[in-house]
Design a protein around this ligand. Sequence first.
Ligand code: C5P
Length: 221
Amino acid sequence: LRDGPLLGVRVVVTAGPTREPIDPVRFITNRSSGKMGYALAAALAQMGAEVTLVSGPTALATPPGVNRIDVETAAQMLDATRAEAAGAQILIGAAAVADYRLHTPSAHKIKKKTDTLELSLVKNPDILCELRRAYPDLFIVGFAAETERLAEHARDKLARKQLDLIAANWVGEGRAFERDDNALHVFWNGGERELTQKPKADLARELAMLIAERFRSRTGA
Ligand code: C5P
């Protein structure tokens, strides 16, 4: 039996890292575990939402009642997210998308013939920016992981990516990534809220409640 403040609302959540191939056996990635995105997907489903998780490679189990689509690269994540967001009301970008990919991944395994090796990288598209362009009415939530000037960078991203809400957290030196607890400072146009340090599952429930509240207040429901 399903019930809750997001009953019938369709939500797409991106989560985990992306993998950008260097050659058939190597890739560039990052330290994202996917825990925050998965915990958020679970919390939203418990609140009655119809949740699709577009996930990079993680070691996590799919939360109960959540539809999961597995991807590897940023380009695949963009395509899957764009397709899933058609008909959705909320998009949450919890993925740690690689900023760059190889200009031309090698078709064959690169051999260690030289003392130095240069890789040429090109910028990946920003999934949230692309989705804002495609779906102007989508309620979009972003994350900002920062090592300095958290509030300033978060507010800047809120404006630049035309987000409805942004959840910012400190990273580096044993913080956030690969950990089971986290703290968030959430910003939106006209407000902010601090969610204090706690297990990611509890934090995800608080953030999901706040997202539901802001979504409802924007749609006037
Ligand atoms: O600009 P930055 O990567 O710090 O922004 C982080 C936010 O943007 C996260 O919500 C992340 O999921 C999203 N993002 C994205 N596509 C990218 C890079 C980041 O959707 N290529």
